[in-house]
Ligand binder design. Structure first.
Ligand SMILES: [Mg+2]
Length: 368
């Protein structure tokens, strides 16, 4: 089997009303998704997504004519491109899709096949008033979710802590609650200063008292020593690594034992193969592996397969914060979205490869 073509197609879904992501100073009035479509000479087509593939056209020739199943070779090439251009991990996702289809097995089997379902946590992206956030937590619990993650904004700490307290009061011990402080990286153009160690320590102490499961990205991502120090002084679990730029960055966290929860996103950080390796390492040391998944339905799907395959957990991030962020918006490229069941589990699709069907007819309306 050889790769005969790689096509990159982008789509833009208008968002009305807009979505106000806590980490983004600009409201999102549209939602972009790029599909990476890998064609082969045997008719198998692999689909990847979750990142933009910006500038990939000039590097296509490294892959055309190659065997798509030589994934370790392709990963090494993508790593060289990652240094010079952008992150092309959606291509790797498409190759695993082809691999699974060629064997007639779900991709999760290729990563270890540990399980076919994982408990999801509702990852809430908007800043809401304490009352509204408590109400949303109760609605999520009603839908079967056993955990949710909320955001606390550095510039609105008091309000964030009030929202956290209101959620705990509303759901009691019935749900695990995580908090994301989003200090590790910034959206393009956002040069607001990050939290300093004293602010992070204060937050860690308060959230521990509220029984929070983990505190995510309390400091700048590059502050490995700061994270390690915070972790050693705090009783709460420290999470991070979602947008690490290289395997070396993630190994630096591991070497410093800076995190309790490792969260590299397989399509936004270091790819599926490398993340699988890191996940095995992390879990062998009794730390948690549970990746970031906040890109789009394709990104969630790739992370779902890797996490189910290696047996990560205890939860998988499930970006969901209605009415602003819904399955319909997140998964607009699929004929059927990725849903949780009544017990709060998300299941890997029971079909070969990545296992979801692209809604090409619908996507025509959103082509860019
Ligand atoms: Mg996060």
């Amino acid at each position: 089997m050889i790769i005969t073509d790689i096509r990159i197609q982008s789509y833009r879904l208008p968002l009305d009303p807009p979505f106000y992501a806590a980490w983004d100073p600009i409201p999102r009035r549209h939602f972009d998704a790029t599909l990476t479509i890998v064609e082969t000479d045997v008719g198998i087509v692999g689909i990847g997504g979750g990142d933009t593939m910006a500038g990939f056209e000039s590097y296509k020739s490294f892959f055309i004519g190659q065997n798509p199943l030589q994934i370790a070779r392709h990963v090494q090439v993508i790593e060289t491109l990652n240094f010079h251009a952008a992150r092309y991990w959606p291509l790797e996702m498409a190759l695993w899709d082809i691999f699974g289809q060629s064997l007639g097995t779900p991709a999760a089997q290729l990563f270890g096949g540990f399980t076919t379902k994982i408990l999801a946590y509702a990852s809430c992206g908007e800043l809401k008033s304490p009352d509204a956030r408590a109400e949303s937590a109760l609605a999520l619990h009603e839908q079967g979710f056993r955990a949710l993650k909320i955001r606390i904004d550095l510039r609105r700490m008091d309000e964030g802590l009030q929202a956290m307290t209101a959620v705990r009061r509303a759901v009691g011990a019935a749900m695990d609650i995580m908090v994301d402080f989003n200090q590790a990286w910034r959206m393009p153009g956002d040069i607001a200063p990050s939290a300093d160690p004293a602010a992070a320590q204060h937050l860690a102490d308060v959230l521990h008292e509220l029984g929070v499961l983990w505190l995510e990205e309390p400091l700048q991502g590059a502050d490995v020593r700061g994270l390690a120090a915070l972790r050693s002084r705090s009783k709460i679990r420290i999470a991070g690594g979602e947008m690490a730029r290289s395997l070396a960055d993630l190994l630096a966290y591991a070497d410093a034992d800076a995190l309790d929860v490792y969260q590299p996103d397989v399509v936004l950080a270091v790819g599926l193969l490398r993340t699988r390796m890191l996940a095995e390492w992390v879990m062998a040391r009794n730390r948690w592996f549970t990746p970031h998944t906040w890109s789009n339905g394709l990104g969630l799907l790739a992370n779902l397969h890797v996490t189910a395959g290696v047996g990560g957990g205890p939860y998988l991030e499930f970006p969901y914060d209605p009415p602003g962020w819904t399955v319909e918006r997140r998964d607009f490229m699929f004929t059927e979205g990725i849903f949780t069941d009544a017990e709060g589990y998300v299941h890997i699709p029971d079909r070969p490869g990545m296992g979801k069907t692209i809604d090409w007819d619908r996507l025509k309306h959103y082509a860019r």
